[in-house]
Design a protein around this ligand. Structure first.
Ligand SMILES: N[C@@H](CCC(=O)N[C@@H](CS)C(=O)NCC(=O)O)C(=O)O
Length: 171
């Protein structure tokens, strides 16, 4: 398989985490690219020019991080990460997380292209309100007790540090 990615995309990171968790790291060639530079190979894999994009062993081209995650979770003989009886609940939480990621990512990209003042535009304010609601909802649903330990540079296994370092986690 081939995975198109870069070092900073939260969406590509999601796909790579599933690869690692599923024990599929050895089965995939990582294709580092710049999605903003109309990379020809990436456009072949995903005409939208966005990462992550996955080309399967059969040559099927997949896009969209959650769809890629669902595909990878089904790859055999490795055990699925999501138990069938909790699928609905897991996808519900994944959807909230994905919406949060979209709002945060679009905020960053809009600032990069139009300056920080874009935050006070109607769309900028909508994204801010969406992030506030999503964080509140996730906090409420996950609760203090079930929340995993915060992932920091010190507490994370070395092989995960490349993932958290671009997130600005403490070193
Ligand atoms: N909904 C997509 C979002 C993917 C996405 O926006 N990727 C960004 C990198 S973080 C990208 O490739 N942007 C390039 C572009 O939009 O042209 C997913 O979940 O995979």
């Amino acid at each position: 398989m081939e995975l198109y990615l870069n070092a900073t995309s939260p969406y590509a990171r999601l796909a790579r985490i599933v690869l690692l968790e599923k024990g599929l790291a050895e089965s995939v060639t990582l294709k580092w690219c710049d999605p903003w530079a109309d990379d020809a190979d990436l456009l072949e894999a995903n005409p939208a020019g966005r990462i992550p994009a996955l080309v399967t062993e059969e040559g099927i081209r997949l896009s969209e991080s959650l769809l890629i995650a669902v595909y990878l979770d089904g790859v055999r003989p490795n055990k699925p990460m999501i138990a069938q009886d909790s699928l609905g609940e897991v996808l519900h939480l994944a959807g909230l997380g994905q919406n949060l990621m979209d709002a945060a990512f679009n905020t960053v990209i809009a600032r990069k292209h139009y300056g920080n003042e874009i935050d006070v535009s109607e769309l900028g304010q909508r994204r801010t309100r969406a992030m506030q609601r999503l964080l509140k909802q996730l906090d409420g649903e996950l609760g203090e007790k079930s929340r995993p330990q915060p992932l920091t540079w010190a507490t994370s296994p070395p092989q995960w540090r490349w993932i958290i370092s671009p997130l600005g986690c403490q070193r």
